[in-house]
Design a protein around this ligand. Structure first.
Ligand SMILES: [Zn+2]
Length: 144
């Protein structure tokens, strides 16, 4: 998975995910010196000190994934991260275990995660996704 973000004002660093000991971590690659580094606070490269991105890479990733996930998938992401098994998620959402399985697979594909644990860690790093999933679930069962 190679998320790319363009920024017309400043050259934005490329946001990538790398595998470290089986856990996928977000890195941003400096467009000036190509140094891979973990999300940073200043928005400047640690080596050459040039600006890399206006937004935090984690925010860019969350925003992109928010645009890709359907409402059902956001709910699934929230329930999986909350520790629920497929059968329970199916019961909550009023579908079969198989439909839930397919939705979980879609969420894995779109987030680039491989396991439920990875997904839960990923969701913790991107709380906007959890908030959105929770909101979708609430609206589904308590429509105003
Ligand atoms: Zn640099």
């Amino acid at each position: 998975m190679q998320p790319r973000e363009t920024n017309t004002a400043d050259p934005a660093g490329e946001v990538n995910r790398i595998d470290v000991g089986g856990i996928k971590l977000t890195v941003i690659t400096c467009p000036h010196c190509q140094l891979n580094q973990f999300p940073i606070c200043s928005g400047n490269c640690r080596r050459c000190n040039k600006p890399m991105a206006k937004e935090q890479p984690e925010d860019l990733i969350a925003k992109r994934i928010l645009g890709e996930l359907t409402e059902n998938e956001l709910i699934v992401l929230y329930l999986v991260s909350d520790g629920h098994r497929n059968r329970m998620i199916g019961e909550i959402m009023g579908t079969t275990e198989q439909v839930t399985k397919n939705r979980v697979r879609e969420v894995f594909n779109k987030t680039g995660m491989d396991t439920r644990l990875e997904l839960a860690i990923f969701a913790t790093m991107h709380p906007q996704l959890l908030e959105e999933g929770k909101e979708c679930l609430k609206q589904r069962y308590n429509p105003q």
